[in-house]
Design a protein around this ligand. Sequence first.
Ligand code: FRU
Length: 490
Amino acid sequence: MNQLEKVRKYEIESEKMIPEEQRPVFHVSSRIGWMNDPNGFSMYKGEYHLFYQYYPYDIHWGPMHWAHVISKDLIKWEVLPAALAPDEAYESGCFSGSALELEDGRQMLMYTAHLEKENEDTGAKKITESQCIAFGDGVDFEKYHKNPVITADMLPADFSDADFRDPKIWKEEDGFYCVAVGKSRKDGGAILLFHSEDGLQWNYVSTLDKSKGNYGVMWECPDLFTLGGKTVLITSPMEMFAKGLEFHNGHGIIYLVGKYNQEKHAFDREYVKSLEYGLDFYAPQTTLTEDGRRILIGWMQSWDNYMTPQDYKWSGMMTVPRELSMKEGRICQLPVREIAGYYQNPVSYDHVTVHHNEKQTLAGVRGRVLDMEIMVKEGSYRNLTVNLAQNEKYVTCIRYNRDENTVTFDRRFSGMSGDMLENRSFYVKDADGRIKLRILLDRYSVELFVNDGEQACTSLIYTPQEVDGISFETDGEFIMNVRKYDIVVS
Ligand code: FRU
C-alpha cells in the first residue's frame, strides 16, 4: 500500500472516533488530525473545491498532505479522500498551493514540495522548496513526472532556496501565471511572479513587492486579484511587529493595494492594511465565483495560539467563506450570501433600549450556532458590550468604546486554563454612536464583522457548548435592532 492509500484507509477508520456533535456545524473542520492553510480553493466542474494542509496522524503539525472537501454552496461541505501525500524523493511535505480547471477538463494542482535532507557527513539539515504540479479528475491526482517545475535556482541570486513556496495559479490569454513567496536576503519576504505558456514549463517574470523590513521577515500564502478597480496582493507575514492597533505581532495578514502594469509586470504599491483583527486567522486564499464574486477563506487558527483540547482527535477549522468588496479603499468582508439558505428560527427585535448597568437579555436570543446582527441606532453612552457564550462562570465580550472608536474582542473568561493571547482592539468608523455588529458563532468560533464588514475579527473560544447566553450592557443607554437566526445544516 502506498502512502496515499494508507492515509485514505486511515481517514475512514479513524474519523469514526470523532462524535459529530463535537464538530462545528457550518465550518470546514479537519477530517482527522491536524489542519492548517486552505489550498486549491477553486471551482471545478461547477462545484467548489477546497483542499487544506493536513497531517492526519496527529493533532499537531507533521509531514504535510492535502485533504479535500467539496461544496455546491460554500456552506455545506462533503468530504473527499485525501488528495496528496508526500511520497516522492523531491518532497518530505506537500506544502500550500492552489488549483485550476483546465480546458481539457482535468483539474490541476500546484503545490510546494518542501524537502528536508540531512547531510550524511555533518548531520546538518538542508531545506529546499520548489513548485510542483499534479493533474486529476476531481478526486485522484497524479504528480507530473517532470516535477519540480519551478526551482529556487530560477530566482534572482539574492533569494533563499529554503523559503520559496505557496504558488497561487491562474490563467490568462497568454498562458498561466502564478505568484509565490520568496525570501530575499536583503529585503525579507517577497511576492514573485512566474509565467508558463503550457503550465508545465515555467519562467521567473518579476518581483512584485517586498517587505523591506517593514512587514515581517518572511511572507507566506500570496494572492493577487483585482477588486473594485484596484490590484490587491494579500500575504501572511511572519514575525511582524505591531504599529499602534495595526499589524499585531507575530503571524499576521496584510493586503497591499496598488496599480499593476501589465506590460512591465510591475506592481506599484500605494498602501498596506491589516486584513483581519482576530486572534485566530491566517493564510487566507481567494477564488472567483461564476457570478463574479471574490470569495476568501482563511485558516481559523494561528501559529501563535494552540487551543485544541488534548482529548480531541482533530485540530483546525476554516473561516466561513467571505465575499469581498472594496469600499473607500478598504477591503470589506461579509459571510457568503448562501448562508441565508440555512437560517432557522428567526428572531427580530426593533427599538430595544438597553439601560445603564443592566444585563439585558432578549427572549430567543441565545445559542452557539447562529448569525446575529446588532444595529445600534442611537444613544448616550461611552461603552457598550455584547456578551456571548455566557453563564455565571464564562463570558466572551465584544466591546465598543465610542470615545476611542475601538472595538475589543475579549475571551479572558471563555474557559482557557492556560496563559494565552486573550484580547485585541481595533479602530472602527466614528458614526456618532451608531455601529453594526454582525456575529457568527459556530460552537468554537466567533466571527465578527463590523459596519457591513469594514473590519473582521475572528477568534476561537472553547467554552463548554451548553453555555449559550447572550446579553447586552452599557454605561449609558442605547437603542438597537437585533436580528438573529440559528444556522442548521442537515
Ligand atoms: C503557512 C505555511 C505555508 C506553508 C504551510 C506548511 O501557514 O507555513 O507557508 O506552505 O504553512 O504547512
